[in-house]
Design a protein around this ligand. Structure first.
Ligand SMILES: NC(=O)NC1=NC(=O)NC1=O
Length: 164
């Protein structure tokens, strides 16, 4: 989509473009309200600022839709399609899949939410190493890291939506 057609959308339609990037109403509404944008980059800057930080409540609500790393996103929603696309580049073999399953479970036990990481541009080994590293985080540190990953995924999704 180009920025001028995004500017011209009514608020609901504009929000529908943004929601699959991060299902956080405050964030979506802040970007919609900041229109018109002179460029896609201006939209991205607004989005980055509005996502710094996401609150714990916003993060936990948004994570409800993220599939586990290594698992196929359920359904055919825009968000599920994006998740699948982002994870399709992962070269997950038997061993890695087993280690991710164990690691995801341990992470969910410890932090009571799904392990979230920007998968695009990372190998499955890097993701497994990050999972093990972050498992050792204290809850507050990990909360901040999750927020950063959610922000990175949202901005990546926005960038491809506006081919910025
Ligand atoms: N649990 C996850 O990390 N999920 C995801 N990471 C991505 O980059 N896309 C996802 O859906």
């Amino acid at each position: 989509m180009n920025i001028s057609s995004f500017n011209a959308l009514d608020s609901n339609a504009a929000a529908a473009v943004l929601q699959p990037c991060a299902d956080i109403d405050r964030w979506v509404e802040a970007i919609v309200a900041a229109r018109p944008f002179a460029s896609a980059n201006e939209l991205l800057e607004t989005a980055a600022t509005a996502a710094s930080p996401f609150t714990e409540a916003e993060i936990d609500a948004a994570l409800a839709h993220h599939p586990r790393i290594g698992e196929r996103a359920a359904g055919s929603s825009a968000e599920a399609t994006l998740s699948h696309l982002e994870q399709s580049g992962l070269d997950i073999d038997e061993r890695i899949a087993a280690d991710l399953l164990v690691g995801n479970r341990a992470y969910e036990e410890r932090f009571s939410r799904v392990f979230l990481i920007r998968a695009a541009g990372r190998t499955s080994e890097e993701i497994l190493a990050e999972l093990h590293r972050r498992l050792a985080n204290d809850p507050a540190t990990e909360m901040a890291e999750v927020g950063e990953q959610l922000r990175a995924i949202a901005l990546l999704r926005l960038t491809s939506a506006f081919d910025a």
